[in-house]
Design a protein around this ligand. Sequence first.
Ligand code: MN
Length: 204
Amino acid sequence: MEKIKTFTLPKLPYEYNALAPYISEEQLKLHHDKHHQAYVNGANAIFTKIDESMKNGTVLDVKALTKELAFNIGGHMMHTTFWENMAPAGKGGGGQPSGAVADLITKEFGSFEVFKKIFSMAATSTEGSGWAALAVHPCIGRPLIMQIEKHNVNVFPNFQILLALDVWEHAYYVDYKNDRAKFVENFWNIVNWDKVNKNLALVK
Ligand code: MN
């Protein structure tokens, strides 16, 4: 089968109202249907430009297009990870990590509470629009916290992202106004640790 050469917006693995009250239906719908879709469209529009230039033999502004592509692909990939690493509270979301992720966190950070504090600090202190993410790579036996600006700046290449938290204003403004810290605090109620474990299992 030939691979599809464009991106599509993935369906959420739960209903739009499933993450309430921590993320409302209105907030989630806007975030997924409008913002995430825009990154999908943005990347696909650049693919079209590339395809046309190949056909016409025109020369592209590679520097500008590559930068725009990194931003849009970053947006698409980060959001896809983010939706999947959440689940409704009490139905797969929240509580304590288990299994290999729990071991990894305890070994590196001493306790889940300390990890939560550091990850939350990374999320709340991201300048402007960005992400906090927990990532690992098999070449180094420790998990690292990334503080990503936009969707793609300060990413550690080739690291597997286990857990991502979107702290763009568009992720929380409907529900929390300017209170990013409250959003970050509430995020822990909807973390899908099972999925985080599955992400870790990919790194071997
Ligand atoms: Mn977002």
